[in-house]
Design a protein. Structure first.
Length: 365
């Protein structure tokens, strides 16, 4: 035991040396008070319009909260920011896990900030269905971009439903635009369900693929292919360049089999390497060409108007659902009906009708 005590490690404090006094109790107390103090809606709006990152982060946290009081305050903030929004381009990026989304977004984001763009990245991390936890690792993966003063990275947990997060992402876009960000990048979870939701809130949808992961076409869902405005074969470097170029040819042939888009835009297929930055400028050229064309034809604004209408309907649906499950009488009856359904005493359909009838009866009182 004595020999163990004599051993010293790099993390051990040397005897006789005491840590310097760098804080005092008054300073600590003031920091704690400031952290507890919640800024008003007007203070948050002013902070966002002044391009204050802390105010923007706190407002997004407010938007993501499920607390009823927070929802009302969040709506006030969004209402105040809305006149200053809609001044950006919105790019959705999707791809299966392992395709290199975070690495690509960092390389692409650094390229954009070098052009003088202000880039906000809203990334959704999948939550565990068991613990409901999420590691929110995008800031760790984008260690260089996170230091860029012209970039803002906000990872969020997907929670129980991807649709709910998509709505909050939609509101976060408005806040980021009001804070002066002219390019918004939304990274999807990449599990299939979220693509439709993200596609409904962006102007340009980019599908990331990698070569050498099996049949290049067989595993692609038709729906995602039809949504994509561009397909990028990532990791086109080293020995993989030949495979990436072959995949590019195959995807190009496949895209010509799809019906024309409403925008009349013909999706492009390109290759890139997020490690060497090869192909990154060409991707931006493709996106710029898309915006130039859709602005000339009027499709850009038409799509934005359709999206606004879509999200109005989605918000109504979500609020009705939230209101239903928060009714005290429904909470009580729901548990009773669950047990009845589990014990085959009541059919799921009859139970649902009974609960809905109760909900509407409560609403008329």
């Amino acid at each position: 035991m004595s020999s163990l005590k004599k051993q010293s490690g790099s993390l051990q404090e040397k005897a006789g040396i005491s840590p310097p006094e760098i804080t005092n109790s008054a300073a600590i107390s003031q920091i704690q008070i400031n952290r507890r103090k919640q800024p008003s809606s007007d203070e948050l709006i002013k902070g966002i319009l002044d391009q204050n990152r802390t105010a923007l982060s706190r407002a997004i946290t407010l938007v993501e909260s499920t607390h009823p009081e927070h929802a009302e305050k969040a709506n006030d903030v969004i209402k105040g920011c809305l006149p200053h929004a809609n001044r950006s381009i919105r790019i959705g990026i999707t791809g299966v896990p392992g395709v290199g989304k975070s690495t690509f977004i960092e390389a692409f984001g650094k390229f954009l900030t070098a052009l003088g763009k202000k880039v906000a990245i809203l990334a959704v991390d999948p939550s565990s269905s068991l613990s409901h936890g999420s590691i929110l690792g995008d800031k760790t993966r984008m260690e260089e971009l996170v230091k860029d003063e012209n970039a803002f990275i906000r990872p969020s947990a997907s929670g129980d439903t991807l649709g709910g997060v998509a709505r909050k992402t939609r509101e976060s876009i408005i806040l980021c635009e009001a804070a002066g960000f002219d390019t918004i990048i939304i990274e999807t979870v990449g599990v299939g369900q979220s693509e439709t939701a993200v596609h409904s809130m962006v102007d340009f949808f980019l599908l990331l693929k990698i070569s050498g992961a099996g049949d290049e076409l067989q595993g692609i869902k038709r729906g995602i292919m039809e949504m994509a405005d561009a397909i990028v074969i990532n990791k086109a470097d080293g020995d993989n360049i030949k495979k990436a170029n072959q995949a590019k040819l195959e995807f190009n042939r496949a895209l010509h089999l799809f019906p024309p888009k409403k925008s009349t835009w013909q999706p492009k297929v390109t290759t890139c390497s997020a490690i060497t930055n090869d192909g990154i400028p060409e991707i931006w050229d493709t996106i710029s060409s898309y915006f130039e064309m859709t602005n000339e034809t009027g499709y850009f604004q038409e799509k934005r108007k359709d999206q606004n209408q879509f999200w109005m309907m989605e918000t109504i649906n979500e609020q009705l659902k939230l209101n239903f499950y928060n009714k005290p009488e429904i909470i009580i009856q729901l548990e009773q009906n669950k047990k009845a359904v589990q014990n085959d005493e009541l059919s799921p359909f009859a139970a649902a009708q009974r609960l809905l009838r109760l909900y509407f009866e409560e609403g008329t009182k």
